[in-house]
Design a protein around this ligand. Structure first.
Ligand code: PAF
Length: 283
């Protein structure tokens, strides 16, 4: 595995592959890798000639009171995990090589960024879209791999790619879960023992929504009421939002229709730790 630290070095190494028309898969991460990330790497490896993984804790996507400074890091472990997957390139840039001192241009995906997580994290998706756009320009991959756990992020980036005519396929990969259903996330390490035991309730609520739809329920208020009942089991959970939205435009849906794919999405705090999860549902 070649580890590259600057956009210039990365470009030098990728140029021969581009000239040979090799397909390049790109997996952007903020490190502290888990099976969810590794499943993206495996898929990229399967579908492309070479795979580039980035590890960059992007300051632009953290709000002033968020966890930028304590975001978990373990580069040594990440490198060894990526080596085991036979990853060809690892890009670990410094912040100054991504954002020059007088950096002043950002990418903003309008409506989609303001929905769901965007309400409590108003600048988050602008930060995500900006860094992903920059990395797409640096790497020029054929395909970009994103996890379904950050479904809104996937849609924001997919829309940016469509709106700006970027030449990359955006591919979403299913959520990888712990045995008890908790969606894998680098932030799960923040949870204390009690909260960790309660956290699978998020997935249990999502499964309750799927069950309700299977038994014929089409009214999203009633589906959400059932989900809230499940969430009550977790005494320490502070719900941020619980919504059932159109999977494409993330607009709220009142009555399910068999022609519209919806996503049930939620976010909640266990102590200071904010977790998200979602499930795609077809009526
Ligand atoms: O999902 C993440 O880890 C980040 O939002 C991403 C896509 C790497 C951009 O910083």
């Amino acid at each position: 595995m070649q580890v590259l630290r600057t956009p210039q070095a990365l470009n030098r190494r990728l140029e021969p592959h581009r000239n040979k028309k090799n397909s390049v898969g790109f997996v952007p991460t903020m490190g502290f890798l888990h099976e969810g990330h590794l499943s993206l790497v495996r898929r990229s490896k399967k579908e492309n000639d070479i795979t580039v993984v980035s590890i960059f804790i992007n300051p632009l996507q953290f709000g002033p009171k968020e966890d930028l400074n304590r975001y978990p890091r373990n580069i040594k472990r990440d490198k060894s995990l990526l080596k085991k997957e036979n990853t060809e390139f690892l890009f670990i840039p410094e912040t100054r090589d991504v954002y020059a001192e007088d950096f002043q241009t950002t990418a903003k995906v309008g409506y989609l960024s303001g929905r769901l997580c965007g309400r409590s994290r108003p600048t988050h998706f602008q930060g995500v879209a900006t860094v992903v756009l920059k990395f797409l320009n640096m790497i020029k991959p054929s395909s970009l791999y994103l996890g379904q756990k950050d479904y809104q992020q996937f849609r924001v980036i997919e829309k940016m790619v469509e709106d700006l005519n970027l030449a990359v396929h955006v591919k979403m990969h299913p959520i990888v879960r712990e045995k008890d259903g908790l969606a894998m996330s680098s932030r799960n390490v923040y949870l204390n023992k009690k909260d960790r035991a309660q956290a699978p309730v998020l997935y249990q609520a999502l499964k309750a929504a799927v069950r309700a739809v299977k038994t014929g329920e089409r009214n999203t208020s009633r589906i959400k009421a059932g989900m809230r009942q499940v969430l009550k089991k977790a005494g320490t959970l502070r719900l941020d939002y619980l919504e059932i939205v159109d999977a494409r435009n993330l607009a709220p849906v009142v009555t399910l229709d068999k022609n519209v794919r919806v996503v049930a999405a939620l976010a909640g705090f266990f102590g200071p730790t904010r977790l998200i999860d979602n499930i795609l549902i077809k009526a």
